[in-house]
Design a binder for this molecule. Structure first.
Ligand code: GLU
Length: 435
């Protein structure tokens, strides 16, 4: 079995720490949009209270033996935000900056994301506060297995289904699946998605988030009557989402002017050759040192003169400090929460068309849903079928959100929240309140 080694922190582009801390915390950022969308929907006060509260928050200790014989204890979280529409669904991240507030926000975003693309899942998220770039593979495996066993009561194909997120990958999913299955005494493939294809993963899952970004960007270009061919793109982050988005956009004839990672950015006004860039990163781990380009900083990348900007790395990179300098006409949010609420206002005033995260990066969880369906049915689809079905869902969801935005005279982000809240609220009303 060939599984790529994790590339810890590859797309970690933490902006200047003070700036990051002075703007909103992620849960507040999510809530401020939720509140506005709920108000526009005239959501009834009872449901408003229910949907503002995470259903379950789990905090665990994750002790592991380091290779040098010492013991380290990490903190792990798993938050199930809402499960009214189906099993909780959402990734697990390994990162030093993980906090409970961040995991809560990400779990809420998963709830809205699954509802925006209308797949039958609720939302969850997990994280372990650790620095995987300083850990060996056996240490990573021990953290993964111990964390899995600590949260095992919540996990299951009908209750809570993890997937990869920042600094976790197929191999980590394989360990989760194995740990869960050993406890259950039989193999349960549908307990995680984003697994290796050899053990019940779906074809097309690895590329799905980037493919989704490409599909909604194409829709946005068409809607704004801008040509796809030749449109100029800048991509921040060169992990799974950024690199695949760049590659698929290049295949559509778009010109990828710049990409960046933790080591900085590279720029070529004639367009980068993304296959070569990916090859470079495979060999050298980071973008730095790539030949046929000028070096730029991550901040410069965000404010480049281009048509499409794809922030595909971290939260809170587009803030009230730099939003006014953004020259792109379209922002496609490959990352979760890259834009603060303060920045939204400025972008809207400047006529920037933002494809919000809960729509733009929903391709990943959509193919996770396909993977879960295939595991449960025991029947696997070819890649063309996966990609066709993904395209249908992404295009339809984009059009639904644009329709909602148009009808209410609001931007795409609030349109997406309204679409999502309406769907989740509808199920709550039908199910009633169990007392
Ligand atoms: N971590 C990804 C996200 O934030 C995928 C989640 C999933 O497939 O469950 O959307």
């Amino acid at each position: 079995m060939t599984i790529a080694t994790p590339r810890p922190n590859q797309d970690l582009i933490r902006p200047d720490k003070d700036k990051f801390l002075s703007e909103e915390n992620p849960f507040e950022a999510m809530m401020s949009r939720f509140d506005y969308a709920a108000q526009r929907l005239s959501l009834d006060p009872g449901l408003y209270k229910v949907l503002r509260s995470p259903e379950k928050q789990i905090i665990v200790s994750v002790p592991i033996l380091r290779d040098n014989g010492e013991t380290d204890v990490y903190v792990g979280y798993r938050v199930l935000y809402n499960t009214s529409r189906g099993p909780a669904k959402g990734g697990i991240r390994f990162d030093l900056n993980v906090t409970l507030d961040e995991v809560k926000a990400l779990a809420a975003w998963m709830t809205w994301k699954c509802a925006v693309v209308n797949i039958p899942f609720g939302g969850s998220k997990g994280g372990v506060v650790c620095d995987p770039s300083t850990m060996s593979n056996p240490e990573l495996e021990r953290v993964t297995r111990r964390y899995t066993s600590a949260i095992i009561e919540t996990l299951g194909p009908d209750s809570d289904v993890p997937a990869p997120d920042m600094n976790t990958n197929e191999r980590v999913m394989a360990w989760i699946m194995d740990t869960y299955s050993m406890h259950k005494r039989h193999t349960v493939t549908a307990v995680v998605t984003g697994k290796p294809v050899e053990m019940g993963g779906s074809l097309g899952r690895r590329e799905a988030t980037g493919r989704g970004c490409m599909l909604v960007t194409r829709q946005a270009l068409n809607r704004l009557r801008m040509p796809v061919h030749g449109s100029r793109v800048a991509v921040q982050g060169f992990g799974n989402v950024g690199s695949v988005s760049a590659m698929l956009m290049e295949q559509q004839g778009m010109k990828i002017l710049a990409v960046s990672d933790k080591s900085g950015g590279i720029y070529n006004s004639k367009g980068l050759k993304i296959k070569e860039v990916i090859q470079h990163v495979r060999q050298h781990r980071f973008l730095s040192g790539y030949g046929e380009a000028e070096q730029i900083t991550n901040d410069q990348l965000l404010t480049l003169d281009c048509d499409v900007l794809v922030p595909a790395a971290l939260e809170n990179v587009i803030t009230s400090h730099n939003a006014a300098d953004i020259k792109a006409r379209i922002i496609c949010e490959g990352a979760n929460g890259p834009t603060t609420a303060g920045a939204d206002k400025i972008l809207e005033e400047n006529g920037v068309f933002v494809i919000p995260d809960i729509l733009a990066n929903a391709g990943g969880v959509t193919v996770s849903y396909f993977e879960w369906v295939q595991d449960r049915g025991g029947y696997f689809w070819d890649e063309e079928t996966v990609n066709q079905r993904l395209e249908r869902i992404m295009v339809q969801s984009f059009d639904e959100v644009a329709g909602m935005a148009g009808r209410h005279g609001i931007n795409m982000r609030i349109g997406a929240y309204m679409q999502a809240i309406e769907r989740v609220a509808a199920v709550h009303r039908l199910r009633g309140m169990y007392a």
